[in-house]
Design a protein around this ligand. Structure first.
Ligand code: PA5
Length: 426
């Protein structure tokens, strides 16, 4: 479902010389859980090992909630936020006709944004899923306080209780205690799966069920990617090795993931977190950035084409089949001179843009391009792609010699903030 095309990468020959024994060594570290951080490898076999009873229960609770609400507030940040949104937007698109709209809160401390959400939802039927593995993160914590109170004030305690779900650790953290005390339905984030690897756990799956997404297809795609990457000759590792060579042997410092579909924008945000938090350690790692073309060709395109060289390479997501397509209408006057395009669809023109830009950036601009050919943008493809990138990230991180599964740097700002806010104990 994903094919890696290295024709414009400028390292096609280097890839063939890469030592297979090294790949085998890292692959075994992942599969046998022998590397640093291996206690967080629960995601590796999750597409077959996930808790089937919990999924059945989630489906029931999500359906009951779906019947009562028009908006689901998804509270969470980082790994407890990006996966659900990436899937929601990739699969349903940016303007869905589905009954339930998802609105994301707790991923910012912006007062204006938060108050605008309050004003937008207060006369609508809404529910809340509060997602936090630690249960102590400030951003979702304070947002939940606001919206829990609003719901209780509007609907009364009992009705509010039927519309609030918590996704958190099985035993520890303030959210677990709160959910138990208030009697909120709770689903568990497994101990051995970290935030940015958690989209197939209730963290991603529960909100997507409420959104009416076919999560069985997500698991089908994830399982397929899991099976495809059990052998060392797989496309995910090919991508990992290509970016490793560009970084460590050719000196590139940044990778920009490029989509040509607006509905892939949050997927690129999810990818940035996956690779940024996993690899940015010990003074190592590619800085992950992202663009949506052709939109960003009118901003960053100039820099990529002619700016500082040997800094950044591009990884292009080339989606073969769009979810929808439309034709350019004929106009008898042709005052805008666009009738020459009326035999084509938008997708066909988007493909021409992709080809023209790759030629301009890779050949004229000398910027290496890795092309990832995606079949489509549905639930199965999301499951496949999300798992595929996680596996590539594990390979890539271990090749760099870092622990891909911790994020000690993220804790520094959290501790500073607690100290400045005078949190007890800090
Ligand atoms: O990937 C990670 O571990 C982080 O981005 C966390 O997901 C993020 O900090 C939110 O943490 P929590 O789920 O504990 O609220």
């Amino acid at each position: 479902m994903i094919k890696v095309n290295l024709n414009e990468s400028k390292i096609k020959n280097d890839i063939n010389k890469f030592r297979e024994t090294k790949i085998k060594e890292v692959h075994d570290m992942i599969e046998n859980k022998t590397g640093e951080g291996c206690e967080f490898l629960g995601w590796n076999n999750w597409p077959v090992e996930f808790n089937k009873n919990e999924l059945s229960k989630m489906k029931k609770v999500a359906q009951e909630l779906r019947n009562k609400i028009d908006i689901l507030l998804v509270v969470g940040i980082g790994g407890s936020y990006l996966g659900a949104r990436a899937a929601d937007e990739m699969i349903r698109g940016l303007y869905t006709k589905d009954k339930v709209e998802l609105i994301y809160i707790g991923n910012t401390i912006s007062s204006t944004y938060t108050q605008q959400v309050v004003d937008y939802i207060k006369d609508k039927e809404f529910g809340i899923v509060n997602i936090s593995k630690s249960g102590t993160t400030t951003e979702p914590g304070i947002a939940f306080r606001v919206f829990e109170k609003l719901l209780v004030d509007l609907k009364g305690k009992q009705n509010a209780k039927e519309r609030i779900v918590a996704v958190t650790d099985k035993a520890k953290g303030a959210l677990k205690q709160l959910a138990t005390a208030e009697g909120y339905e709770t689903f568990t984030i497994p101990d051995d799966i970290g935030g940015r690897f958690s989209v197939f756990t209730p963290v991603g799956i529960f909100p997507l069920l409420v959104a009416g997404v076919n999560v069985d297809d997500i698991f089908k795609g994830a399982k397929k990617a899991m099976q495809d990457t059990k052998n060392i000759n797989n496309e995910a590792y090919k991508y990992a090795i290509a970016r490793y060579i560009l970084h460590t042997q050719k000196g590139y410092k940044a990778e920009t993931l490029v989509g040509y579909e607006l509905q892939m924008q949050t997927f690129t945000e999810w990818w940035k977190q996956l690779f940024g938090e996993s690899e940015g350690k010990d003074g190592k790692g590619l800085f992950p950035t992202s663009c949506i073309f052709s939109t960003d060709l009118h901003s960053l395109g100039q820099f990529i084409q002619e700016g500082t060289k040997n800094i950044l390479f591009e990884t292009i997501i080339d989606v073969k089949k769009p979810n929808l397509d439309l034709k350019i209408p004929k106009n008898s006057e042709d005052l805008d001179g666009l009738n020459y395009l009326t035999s084509k669809t938008f997708h066909e023109i988007n493909k021409v843009a992709l080809e023209g830009v790759i030629d301009a950036h890779a050949n004229t601009g000398e910027v290496p391009n890795i092309i990832l050919e995606f079949d489509k943008m549905d639930a199965e493809m999301f499951g496949y792609a999300a798992y595929w990138f996680m596996k590539a990230c594990a390979m890539s991180g271990y090749l760099l010699g870092i622990n891909p599964f911790n994020q000690p740097g993220v804790e520094v700002y959290k501790a500073n903030m607690f100290k400045l806010l005078k949190k007890p104990g800090f």
